[in-house]
Design a protein around this ligand. Structure first.
Ligand code: BGC
Length: 265
């Protein structure tokens, strides 16, 4: 049990990659805080999956569930701070923060409104910034080390026309990671990014239902398939464990080869 005794908060974990990460970290022994914004049923489903794995925790020895759900909108700094505070109040500590919540908005650059821009930047970058700040303040106050894992995207490097705010948020996340790795390293806090490519999750439902677009995308993926949330969760478990103690400031791409695939026809 690599993560026994650890407590992890995974933002945006009522579905998709976040849900898979929660299940994987819980399977490795961590207690997990499941965060959702507008899908309490998804959060309950994640919690039920954590509890169904059970086994290691018999009611008599372990009256407290291994999972706990908290509603919070990551675009609000007050709610982000409340989320971290509630997680700590419930489990007594936090050791791992996975900044997973993220949104995207498809629109030609000329049509993007201030509200569209703010929605994306506030969840994908501002929320990450202040969740990490609240987490770090907790670690400093309790004199403990910890791990921050950001779920970025291949689009922290790769242009994605019609998603400029999304790409700017992920590019910002890349520099947030590098900067904090340097600033927080002396405190024993590591900060890394995981950059998924095209993963089969609700964020790209539209694409998954468009056979032509899907075929074009698959053509660009050397491994010939979309990724599954578990493909990302496996790496997050590693980065959250002590096996990754000497790793900080890095981005790890999980994309079936998509990012560096250039071919002349
Ligand atoms: C985006 C998806 C996109 C994938 C590959 C992800 O970051 O959320 O919409 O399909 O990158 O381009």
């Amino acid at each position: 049990m690599k993560l026994a005794g650890k407590v992890a908060l995974v933002t945006g974990s009522s579905q998709g990659i976040g849900q898979a990460i929660v299940i994987r970290l819980a399977a490795a022994g961590a207690k997990v805080v499941i965060n959702y914004r507008s899908h309490p049923e998804g959060a309950q489903e994640t919690l039920a999956k954590v509890e169904a794995m059970g086994g290691q925790c018999h009611m008599a020895q372990c009256p407290q569930s291994q999972g706990y759900t908290v509603q919070a909108d990551l675009s609000s700094v007050a709610e982000v701070q409340q989320l971290v505070a509630e997680s700590i109040a419930h489990f007594g500590q936090l050791d791992i923060l996975v900044n997973n919540a993220g949104i995207e908005n498809h629109a030609p650059f000329e049509n993007v409104t201030e509200a569209d821009y703010d929605a994306v930047m506030n969840v994908n970058l501002k929320g990450v910034f202040f969740a990490t700040q609240a987490f770090v303040n907790h670690l400093v106050a309790t004199q403990r080390t910890g791990k921050v894992i950001n779920i970025s995207s291949v689009h922290e490097e790769l242009p994605f026309p019609n998603f400029t705010a999304y790409c700017a948020s992920k590019g910002g996340m890349k520099m947030l990671t590098r900067n904090l790795a340097v600033e927080l390293g002396p405190l024993g806090i590591t900060v890394n990014n995981v950059a998924p490519g095209a993963i089969e999750t609700p964020i790209n439902t539209k694409l998954l239902n468009d056979p032509e677009k899907l075929a074009a995308l698959l053509h660009n993926i050397p491994l010939g398939r979309l990724g599954q949330p578990q493909d990302v969760a496996a790496l997050v478990e590693f980065l959250a464990s002590s096996d990754a103690d000497y790793i900080t400031g890095s981005t790890f791409v999980v994309d079936g080869g998509l990012l560096w695939n250039y071919q002349e026809q």
